[in-house]
Design a protein around this ligand. Structure first.
Ligand SMILES: *Cc1c(COP(=O)(O)O)cnc(C)c1O
Length: 469
């Protein structure tokens, strides 16, 4: 492709992006296609003959776009936010143009140094002390896997790294509300699912710390090796907060590695008024949160902070001592900070976002969403025929409709309510189960969600629920 054509196409794509955002509210938020619909349409194209970008774009609009669930729609209130923003998109364009492999400092010094710098800045923004070092992982799942592997090596004095598994039962603790990525990480890191101990939660869906200690004591008596505990700062189901300080105390007492999964809610720590709920977070050994969820940075960008970077690097490094150079002492070679060797230049979009919005802009963004969630919760409760099923700690409201006389059918009614709302294409919301109850989750966090979108969603939910019965 010559430069002239490329430039024209760049302009075309730029126009497409602007039109997409202008019209985004006219698409059904949740894609309405059937399974295999997209696959079959794409497979029918003449895929082997070279095609013009014109043709490809036309197929993109006709075939691909209907199969997109519009996560950037301001009417997307499902799962969790997956933010992007203009500065992030612009930086991603540059990243894909430069297309550098950022595995070690030398392969792009700017990437390594910007990663170090942006994470230092983020670390300060969320109130973590200088003793923490940051690395960008692709996802929170990977950061948690990395954390559990480090925990394993720390506990076995690097013997598993060297000799493989020793048949002992290394135990991992988390709450029964913990994210599935913890069990997955335990599975992959060789702990085995049977060694994941799920601790019961209290009425707020937070881990009961005294039960954690009880489990640890019982495990020690059985000859098991308590190795790691993962506490949640904002569970996926209801954004519950585990008692991080008490868990830290227990981790210290029994020599457990303590990882905090703050994937979604960690972004809220940039607000000084939110920090008290994570008071002792700095006592943890590692913490992960996702700017790619709720901090205006597009996927993937997971901020992983570790207290003991030497142990992390020793766990993942494959460079023998004698190959270390004088430069290595001064720089970060991030291939040694996790699983991947090849790495994208993910710090660039984070830097664009941090600079463009500034701390205050980011704070306003998060603060507004939290206030919208509280507003939604108060408004829906005031109706009298809805109830909340969990505290509203951040941006997530867990509720259900109860204005139905046959109480045994409440789950069914709410399931139907959710389906009707999502099939309307006007909003997208998802569900969970809390205490065995079918729970609708309303999550505020999209980049362009304003109060009018929350108000419209409220009206739609109320009317749809009442029309159902
Ligand atoms: C979203 C989420 C995850 C998984 O995040 P990924 O970056 O997609 O791996 C893990 N834990 C919690 C609490 C989450 O909300």
């Amino acid at each position: 492709m010559n430069n002239e054509t490329f430039f024209e196409l760049l302009q075309r794509i730029a126009k497409w992006i602007i039109r997409y955002y202008d019209n985004i509210e006219s698409y059904p938020v949740k894609s309405q296609v059937e399974p295999k619909e997209i696959y079959n349409k794409v497979a029918k194209l003449d895929n082997q003959t070279p095609a013009s970008i014109d043709e490809i774009m036309s197929d993109f609009e006709k075939i691909i776009l209907p199969g997109i669930t519009h996560w950037q729609s301001p009417n997307f209130f499902a799962y969790f936010p997956a933010n992007t923003s203009p500065p992030s998109i612009l930086a991603e364009m540059l990243t894909s143009a430069i297309a550098a492999q950022c595995m070690v400092w030398e392969t792009s010094p700017a990437a390594a140094e910007l990663e170090e710098f942006t994470l230092n800045l983020l670390r300060q923004y969320i109130g973590l002390p200088e003793s923490f070092s940051g690395v960008i992982q692709d996802t929170a799942s990977t950061a948690t896997l990395v954390a559990l592997i480090v925990a394993r090596e720390k506990k076995s004095s690097f013997s598993i790294n060297e000799n493989g598994f020793d048949g002992k039962n290394y135990r991992v603790y988390c709450s029964e509300e913990a994210h599935s990525s913890i069990e997955k990480a335990a599975k992959i890191a060789g702990f085995g699912r049977k060694n994941v101990v799920k601790i019961a939660t209290d009425e707020n869906f937070s881990m009961q710390a005294e039960l954690l200690e009880k489990s640890i004591i019982e495990d020690i008596e059985k000859g098991y090796i308590p190795c790691a505990v993962v506490s949640a700062f904002g569970t996926t189901g209801s954004t519950a907060i585990d008692p991080i300080n008490e868990i830290a105390e227990i981790a210290l007492k029994y020599d457990l590695f303590h990882h905090v999964d703050a994937a979604l809610a960690g972004s809220s720590l940039i607000l000084p008024e939110m920090r008290y709920i994570a008071e002792s977070i700095e006592r943890a050994d590692s913490i992960v949160f996702n700017p790619h969820k709720w901090l205006l940075t597009n996927f993937d960008c997971s901020a992983h902070f570790v207290k003991d970077k030497e142990t992390l690097i020793r766990t993942f490094s494959i460079t023998p001592e004698y190959l270390k150079t004088s430069v290595d002492e001064q720089v970060n070679n991030y291939r040694d900070w996790g699983i991947q060797l090849g790495r994208r230049f993910r710090a660039l979009k984070l830097w664009f976002v941090l600079r463009y919005y500034g701390l205050e802009g980011l704070q306003n963004f998060i603060r507004e969403h939290i206030s919208f969630a509280k507003y939604f919760a108060e408004s829906i409760i005031a109706e009298g025929d809805f109830e909340l099923l969990a505290p509203v700690n951040f941006n997530t409201v867990c509720f259900r409709y109860i204005g139905y006389s046959e109480k045994t059918k409440i789950d069914e009614v709410n399931e139907k309510l959710l389906k009707t709302l999502n099939d309307s294409g006007k909003i997208y919301i998802t569900h969970t189960k809390l205490n065995g109850k079918y729970t609708i989750r309303f999550v505020v966090g999209q980049t362009n969600t304003k109060k009018r979108h929350v108000d419209a969603a409220l009206e739609l939910i109320k009317q749809t629920a009442r029309n159902l019965v």
